[in-house]
Design a protein around this ligand. Structure first.
Ligand code: MTE
Ligand code: MO
Length: 256
């Protein structure tokens, strides 16, 4: 729903509710209209967090004077898998990003093809739950540009990012994350390939990492290898939509 429609809908609902209140609830509690209205109200409040936060609102952007002197690395700083090491040796010339799942046109894009798409640069603050923040300048391809190419099917609800780094010594449990379509289409959500005007360093997620600016650090998936559009998480690893969500109970929606 567009904002205007939402506002109109809300107004209509309020009018409806007060009319019913005046009429007296007893008589109406069994009527279909009233039950229907309550149901609508329920759905409405389920979405309320998103609505109140205004899902189109922008994360704060900063100026170059605010940049942190360095942007630290956290979590994986160099994926140890043979596959990644080989890709890194060729400067990711042989890397290609697969985007598939619930889309009309699954594609594979090389780094050069991703860089040829329209880009955006933004200076934002990264907040890690471990208690540190850093301000960095990110340049990358807005995710909506890529979604325009693949044409998501109406059933697509979430975008899943599969990363190169195994979190266990036996090579299992690769890092992954996911976001909903609201965040996927947000203007500041991007696949970043530059940090502070330089090629994205390996320690920060080369060749590309996600920036989803209104959420915490662990959502900012590094070393992305594959993007999949899905309608639910059931078939993914332990099914909660992210590595830390599965293994430590972190919130899936890590809004700040
Ligand atoms: N693939 C992958 N992505 C990841 C992580 C990771 O270990 N592996 N760590 C997450 C966490 S907890 C944080 S705070 C940020 C750190 O990003 P940075 O290394 O650029 O500081 O990446 C996030 N994305
Ligand atoms: Mo983090």
């Amino acid at each position: 729903m567009h904002q205007y429609d939402r506002r109109r809908f809300f107004k209509r609902m309020l009018l409806g509710v007060s009319a019913l209140a005046l009429a007296g609830c007893d008589k109406l509690s069994n009527s279909e209209t009233f039950t229907g209205l309550l149901k609508t109200g329920e759905n409405f409040s389920k979405n309320a967090r998103g609505l109140l936060n205004n899902r189109k609102s922008m994360a704060q952007e900063f100026s170059e004077a605010d940049l942190s002197p360095s942007f630290r690395s956290n979590g994986t700083s160099f994926p140890y898998s043979a596959e990644y090491q080989t890709l890194a040796k060729s400067n990711f010339d042989d890397w290609a990003l697969k985007i598939d799942g619930l889309v009309e046109k699954p594609i594979e894009l090389t780094l050069a093809q991703i860089k040829a798409l329209p880009s955006r640069t933004q200076i934002t603050r990264h907040d890690c739950v471990e208690g540190w923040s850093a301000i960095g300048q990110w340049t990358g391809t807005p995710l909506h540009e890529i979604l325009t190419l693949v044409k998501p099917l109406p059933s697509a609800q979430f975008v899943v990012f599969y990363c190169a780094d195994p979190m266990n010594d036996d090579g299992s449990d690769k890092y992954y994350e996911s976001i909903d379509m609201d965040d996927a289409l947000h203007v500041q959500t991007m696949l970043a390939y530059q940090l502070n005007g330089e090629t994205l360093p390996i320690k920060n997620g080369a060749p590309i990492r996600l920036r989803v600016e209104r959420q915490l650090g662990y959502k900012q998936a590094k070393y992305i290898m594959h993007i999949e559009l899905v309608d639910k998480f059931e078939h993914i690893e332990k099914g909660k939509g992210g590595y830390w969500e599965d293994s430590a109970g972190y919130e899936w929606y890590a809004g700040i």
